[in-house]
Structures are given as structure tokens and as C-alpha cells.
Design a protein around this ligand. Structure first.
Ligand code: FAD
Length: 301
């Protein structure tokens, strides 16, 4: 747990994030981030599409505290939407409200989100609101609900480590939802700390949304959970069109392909851009074995 906390605190370090901005992908990040430019991301998306895998694409950025930067992030996402449309890619958008100004002003953030969702709506492209830490959860849900009054191409994430997750899953059961375990460090007042408690809640949330909800994205690299889901959908006769497995770019590629070959829908989360640092540190926090990505790079020099 100490190692996890260490990497999560590194992920929140703004000075290191700014320093990382100046350089290309370092420390092994290139194996889990699909490049620093839109062009590089498109190449990766196309390769995945050719293998029968769809993509949810994240123009990286988070915790923005400057209005100009938030507007720039919006412009980059709009360019990504145009590219998905023009290149006819099998892809949709993942974004973080804090990259669009949530920490600056909620109305400003909402306007940025609305511009993005409206453009994506014109092209029939889905937009997922990634979920960040607890203090940003309710404001993000509020903006989502407001936008959903006018647009049906929006959905979000339920993080299984939160005590409130089941209430949120019920509230958002008519939305397309991605169910995850949760990636941030949260206090015990709001979140389960024990891996078993999180896993049990995760499975119950997945089953609930599969049985009662709209489309479900099961986002995990955990083969035991994937095995359980396969069994559950077969037992309850849930059609493959109603759900997909999601995994992160560069992780468990064999399993991604195996599931696609078995006829399941598979969607890979493709992050790209200069703001790779926080995303990469959270991946190191999740799985100590990922540190081998770093050591390989350092010792191969
Ligand atoms: P873990 O709990 O990390 O691992 C469980 C077991 O699975 C391990 O013990 C091991 O046996 C096996 N395993 C895991 N990874 C590997 C591997 N690489 N190779 C071999 N075996 C492995 N979190 C958020 O808070 N907000 C979000 O919006 C969000 N979006 C996400 C989107 C996607 C597509 C994915 C995949 C994750 C997202 N997450 C998000 C992160 C998520 O919350 C978890 O932190 C992360 O997925 C790690 O949990 P896990 O379920 O993959 O498995």
C-alpha cells in the first residue's frame, strides 16, 4: 500500500508534471501512452480497429487551473472528434472534467463540455466523462445530468471503491456506464480500502448494470472478474451487444485479442498527448509489476 500511495502522490505533483511536459514520452510511458500527437494516436487506433477492437480516446490532461489551458484542451478534443469522424475510426471520446476547467469554475467547465458533447452528437460519437477523485465526483455527475437533458451521447464511470457507488449506479442505470475499481487515493470515510471489499462491490455493480441497466463497459485487466462476467452473461442470457470489455492501451494485449476472437466486444482506452505524467504514475500505483516498464527503460539506456 505504501508504494501505491507514493506513486499516487507523485501523480499529483504539478512541478514534476510540468517538467514531464517539456519532454517526449520517458520512463517507459511509451508502452502505455499512444504518442504525444493526434497523428500518432490515429495510427494506434487504426491498428486496433483492424484487429476488431474499438477505442475510447483520451487527449490527456487533468487538474487544469488556467482558463487558457482549459480552452486549449477543449480545442484539442474538438480536433480529435473531427479526426474520428473524417477518418471513420471506430472510436469515441473519454475526457476528464478537470481538464476542461472544473477546478476553475463549474459554469465555465460546463460550457466547454457542452461544446464538445454537441459537436460529438452531430457525428453520432459517444462522450464518456471519466471519473476522478471524490471531491470532483458530484459536480461531474451534476454536469452530466444537465447535459443528458439535451444529448443522449453521454455516459460516465462508476468507481466500485466508493461506498455510494451502488446508489450512483441505480441513479444512472439508464446511462451507458463504465464500471471500474477506482484509481485514486480516497479516505476510508468514503471508500473501501480492502481489495476484497472492492472486488465484491465491483462484481455486484457489474451484475446490476448488466441485468437492469443500459450498455455496460466492464473496465478491468482482472482475468478472474472477466471469467465471472462471461459466466454471468451466459447464465442470464445477456446478449454480447449489451456490453463490452475495456482495457487500457498496452495492457494485457493477448487477453484483448483473445476476447475479441471469442466474439466479445473489446474497447481499448487510448491515451495520448504531452500531459502523460499523472496518467502514467497512476498506472504504476495500481500494479507494482508495472515498475518493470520503468526499470527496463532505465537499464536499457
Ligand atoms: P487490478 O485490481 O489492478 O488487478 C487484479 C488482478 O488482475 C491482479 O492481481 C492480476 O492477477 C491481474 N492483472 C491486472 N493487471 C494485469 C496485467 N497488466 N497483466 C497481468 N495481470 C494483470 N479509474 C478511475 O478512477 N476512473 C476512471 O475513469 C477509470 N477509467 C478506466 C478505464 C479503463 C478502460 C480501465 C481498464 C481502467 C480505468 N480506471 C479508472 C482504473 C481502474 O479504476 C483500476 O484502477 C485499474 O483498472 C486497475 O484495476 P483492475 O481491475 O484492472 O485490476
Amino acid at each position: 500500500m505504501a508504494l501505491r500511495d507514493f506513486f499516487i502522490s507523485l501523480s499529483e505533483n504539478q512541478a514534476l508534471s510540468n517538467a514531464a511536459h517539456q519532454y517526449g514520452l520517458k520512463l517507459g510511458a511509451q508502452s502505455v501512452v499512444a504518442g504525444t500527437s493526434l497523428e500518432e494516436a490515429i495510427t494506434s487506433i487504426r491498428k486496433l480497429n483492424e484487429q476488431g477492437i474499438s477505442c475510447t480516446v483520451d487527449s490527456l490532461g487533468e487538474f487544469v487551473s488556467d482558463e487558457g489551458e482549459a480552452v486549449k484542451a477543449k480545442e484539442e478534443i474538438l480536433a480529435l472528434i473531427e479526426a474520428i469522424h473524417l477518418e471513420e475510426l471506430d472510436a469515441h471520446i473519454s475526457l476528464k472534467p478537470s481538464q476542461l476547467g472544473l477546478d476553475i469554475d463549474i459554469d465555465f467547465c460546463y460550457d466547454n463540455l457542452r461544446d464538445i458533447v454537441e459537436r460529438a452528437y452531430e457525428y453520432g460519437i459517444f462522450v464518456n466523462f471519466d471519473m476522478e477523485d471524490y471531491k470532483r465526483l458530484q459536480p461531474s455527475f451534476d454536469m452530466l445530468e444537465e447535459l443528458a437533458k439535451s444529448f443522449d451521447n453521454v455516459g460516465t464511470v462508476i468507481q466500485a471503491y466508493f461506498h455510494r457507488a451502488k446508489d450512483d449506479a441505480e441513479q444512472f442505470k439508464d446511462y451507458r456506464l463504465r464500471i471500474v475499481k477506482g484509481a485514486y487515493k480516497e479516505p476510508e470515510e468514503v471508500a473501501y480500502q480492502d481489495k476484497l471489499d472492492i472486488d465484491i462491490n465491483f462484481i455486484e455493480l457489474i451484475e446490476y448494470h448488466l441485468a437492469h441497466g443500459h450498455f455496460t463497459s466492464i473496465a478491468t485487466h482482472d482475468h478472474n472478474i472477466i471469467k465471472h462476467v462471461k459466466y454471468f452473461v451466459e447464465q442470464y442470457d445477456i446478449p454480447k451487444e449489451k456490453f463490452e470489455f475495456q482495457m487500457l492501451y498496452g495492457f494485457r494485449k493477448d487477453l484483448q485479442l483473445e476476447l475479441a476472437r471469442e466474439g466479445y466486444q473489446v474497447c481499448v482506452y487510448v491515451p495520448y498527448g504531452k500531459d502523460w505524467y499523472g496518467y502514467f504514475m497512476r498506472r504504476l500505483a495500481e500494479r507494482p509489476q508495472n515498475i518493470s516498464l520503468v526499470t527496463k527503460q532505465v537499464f536499457n539506456k
